[in-house]
Write a protein that binds this ligand. Structure first.
Ligand code: NAP
Length: 295
């Protein structure tokens, strides 16, 4: 069997086009959605991510405000900036690019973002909302993975076993919650899992979010399973690759996401979706006036 590809680039393009349409409607009413992206320090990878996010905003008609600060910025100064953005009505989403310099407490900064503007979905209030099934912003990467499943007719996972490899707060745990909300039976694996292959071989859906090459190989996959690769690593030639041994696993899986061109573009698309929805919530479209009664 050769797996079919879940094309994250094409899906993200379609998602972004829809965002652009809805953003244009808000802008026409003088309510352009706005995202503030805050970058502290000069981490080269963060600079690339931030640039891509700003570019994606521009293309979708979302106003982006990039605030770049020197690595010497203090925690108090950053918290003051977050507070100012919380109170700026033209800003609907606030993204503080992680990692922050060591002297700044990531958690404290994320918790300072107003949950109504937490478009990354990292705030404890957003995680809690996901846990209890209340409305809130969903973390963009697992949200993008769910959209990929939806795109292949797997929005409802009733009767399916999903195995998530990784339990980080930004990918693995919210991923497990979203799969559970879609009615999957979910197993979460991590570095303490005794026999990873024994778990993944039972899975109809596997999400690999580890950050290590070849964590998932063909012998660990049930024929026909859906494999979603969140990992971002470099191979020996320095090229971007995922956690999955793509060439081997594609011989066994039913569906597979590539790296690059899979989950990465969807993560950015879902950031735009969250920002747009934040703007729509902040400025609900006025109800059309009731038709006047003729006399
Ligand atoms: P993380 O915080 O480092 O978490 C990695 C997880 O993998 C941990 O839960 C860890 O277990 C588990 N793990 C490590 N070795 C393992 C093993 N041999 N077997 C099973 N589990 C193992 O990483 P993250 O932030 O979740 O990111 C994961 C990967 O996704 C990274 O490559 C990252 O770059 C990528 N990523 C991509 C996107 C995107 O848009 N494409 C977005 C976010 C992240 P313990 O908890 O026991 O340590």
């Amino acid at each position: 069997m050769t797996a079919q590809l879940i094309d994250g680039l094409a899906l993200s393009k379609a998602t972004r086009a829809e965002v652009a349409q809805r953003a244009a409607a808000l802008t026409a009413q003088g309510r352009q959605p706005g995202l503030a992206v805050v970058l502290v320090g000069d981490n080269p990878a963060s600079q690339v991510y931030v640039r891509n996010k700003v570019k994606a905003c521009e293309e979708a008609g979302i106003r982006s405000v990039l605030e770049k600060y020197d690595a010497s910025m203090t925690e108090a100064e950053l918290l003051a900036r977050v507070d100012a953005l919380n109170n700026d009505p033209s800003i609907h989403g606030i993204l503080v690019q992680l990692p922050l310099p060591k002297h700044i407490d990531d958690h404290k900064v994320i918790e300072a973002i107003a949950p109504a503007k937490d478009v990354d979905g990292f705030h404890v209030a957003s995680a809690g909302a996901l846990m209890v099934g209340e409305p809130g912003f969903k973390a963009c990467t697992p949200y993008g993975c769910m959209k990929m499943l939806e795109s292949i007719g797997m929005a409802d996972l009733k009767g399916k076993h999903a195995v998530v490899i990784g339990r980080s707060n930004i990918v693995g745990k919210p991923m497990a919650m979203m799969l559970l909300a879609a009615n999957a039976t979910v197993t979460v694996c991590h570095s303490g899992t005794a026999d990873l292959g024994a778990m993944t071989r039972q899975a109809d859906v596997i999400v690999a979010a580890v950050g290590k090459r070849n964590v998932l190989t063909a012998d660990m996959v049930k024929p026909g399973a859906v494999v979603i690769d969140v990992g971002m690593n470099r191979n020996d030639e320095g090229k971007l690759c995922g956690d999955v041994d793509f060439d081997g696993v594609k011989q066994v899986a039913g569906w597979i996401t590539p790296v690059p061109g899979g989950v990465g573009p969807m993560t950015i698309a879902m950031l735009l979706v969250n920002t747009l929805e934040s703007a729509e919530r902040a400025h609900p479209v006025p109800a059309s006036p009731a038709p006047s009664r003729g006399r």
